[in-house]
Write a protein that binds this ligand. Structure first.
Ligand code: SF4
Length: 452
């Protein structure tokens, strides 16, 4: 056994949006491998185990190994020559890398979008229409005595959500853990999360909005017809009982899963849940929050929003940010054939987008950033192999409750980080764009200095 063992305490797992920051990692520095991840769930253990150091080139152009510098130059040329360049992904990298990606997209007057557009984008729209009554997961742990999950299965997608924050932990005002909480799950089917619930309500598929609206009506004291059972699958008595429990709790939280956003109703469903939380604040304290999937998808929303005013689907072609999901979201720009170059960071759309969008990725020059070979990196014109955030790379990520967390990397990688590449790429793009404006005689006033 290797002597060269290191322990990293309070490390962070970036596999899912829980971003658990209580990992104790045992690292074999000779093998460059994490051999033990204390406190990690089954998904976290797999995440740490699979991220060993791989061999291979750090940069390739059309499948041929090149220097990182040559690949950066080619990427800069592609991006600045394109008429409708897009940037996509960003949910599995650091905020420091994300801000460089936003700056590059701004300089090239491109379109930036994140994986939010294919998961909780509808909730992002609903925030702007309804507003969000929000909280931290620490508050939930310490105060929430009513916890409802709607359209999600955290036992399988976020295994420590129940045990760290919402069901079993003993909090300041919930000293008896689960005994002090009412846990409700609303879903279209039973899942491994169902046994955790005190109350399970099986709503008919596609009827979430109707059920949420009926709850809103009951909270406001309006009459609801008994035919609601035929419509939603939930009896009026069950809805009335639920409303009674909601109104009489001390602190309630409504968690929204993708079962709400990726089904009939989409942003109307998320908006209805947020409005329900607002209504309930007439009686007691209530909050609503989406359960986010990727490790730093919340960071992507935050970084894109604090630089452009909007969380995803943002276009700079007019010289200022415009937000229009459906027009500027990546699946749409690809399927319409608008995008003529793509920078894909820490995502694999070629493996999971609709075929028409993948076909367009095959037709245009793609610049990819990934820790491993993927469908997207295989079709890329310029492919960067990067180190893994949280394991090899420090930086900042946002937990799903918008709390920023500093990463503690375990061991060094021979590959550069996304930020290591994006920073000089941003600088080079800035030079090329500035030169373009000067050649046109329009000066450089419109092009601000690159980020440090
Ligand atoms: S719950 Fe998520 S962040 Fe926490 S250890 Fe499991 S996979 Fe990692």
């Amino acid at each position: 056994m290797s002597e060269n063992i290191r322990t990293v305490k309070n490390a962070t797992c970036t596999f899912c949006g829980c971003v658990c920051d209580d990992m104790e990692l045992t690292v074999d520095l000779d093998k460059k491998q994490i051999t033990k991840a204390k406190n990690a769930c089954v998904l976290g253990r797999a995440w740490f185990a699979e991220h060993t150091i791989q061999s291979g080139p750090a940069a390739m152009i059309d499948g041929e190994e090149v220097s990182v510098e040559a690949a950066i130059e080619e990427a800069a040329q592609v991006l600045t020559k394109a008429r409708f360049p897009i940037t996509y992904g960003l949910s599995d990298t650091t905020c420091e890398a994300q801000r460089q990606a936003v700056a590059i997209t701004d300089y090239i007057r491109g379109t930036i979008d994140t994986t939010t557009s294919v998961c909780h984008g509808p909730s992002g729209l609903a925030f702007q229409g309804v507003g969000e009554s929000t909280m931290t997961l620490g508050e939930v742990k310490n105060r929430a005595d009513f916890v409802m999950y709607w359209g999600g299965n955290p036992a399988e997608s976020h295994p420590r959500h129940f045990t760290r924050y919402t069901v079993t932990p003993k909090g300041m005002f919930t000293p008896n853990g689960k005994k002090d909480r009412t846990v409700v799950i609303v879903d279209v089917r039973r899942t491994p999360s169902t046994p955790v619930a005190n109350i399970f309500l099986q709503v008919k598929p596609g009827k979430d909005f109707e059920m949420a609206w009926a709850l809103r009506a009951l909270v406001k004291g309006h009459a609801v017809d008994a035919s609601i059972e035929e419509e939603t699958g939930i009896s009026l008595e069950a809805l009335e009982d639920l409303v009674d429990k909601m109104k009489n709790c001390n602190y309630g939280v409504l968690f929204m899963g993708m079962g709400l956003t990726m089904t009939r109703g989409r942003h109307f469903n998320s908006g209805a849940i947020m409005a329900l939380a607002t209504d309930l604040n007439e009686f007691t304290h209530f909050v609503a929050k989406p359960v986010r999937g990727h490790g730093n998808v919340t960071g992507a929303d935050n970084v894109v929003a604090w630089q452009t005013g909007y969380p995803f689907g943002v276009n700079f072609s007019m010289g200022y940010p415009r937000f229009n999901p459906g027009e500027f979201t990546t699946v749409d720009t690809l399927i319409r054939g608008d995008a003529d170059a793509a920078m894909i960071i820490a995502s694999d759309p070629a493996a999971n987008f609709p075929q028409a969008a993948i076909d367009q990725l095959h037709r245009i020059p793609v610049i990819s950033f990934d820790t491993k070979e993927t469908e997207t990196s295989r079709l890329a014109h310029v492919a960067f192999r990067t180190s893994t955030y949280g394991i090899n790379t420090g930086g900042t990520v946002y937990r799903m409750d918008d709390v920023p967390i500093t990463l503690r990397p375990a061991f060094e990688s021979p590959f550069p980080s996304d930020e290591d590449i994006l920073t000089p790429l941003c600088k080079r793009v800035h030079e090329l764009v500035t030169a373009k404006y000067q050649a046109r005689g329009t000066g450089t006033a419109k092009v601000a200095a690159p980020l440090k």
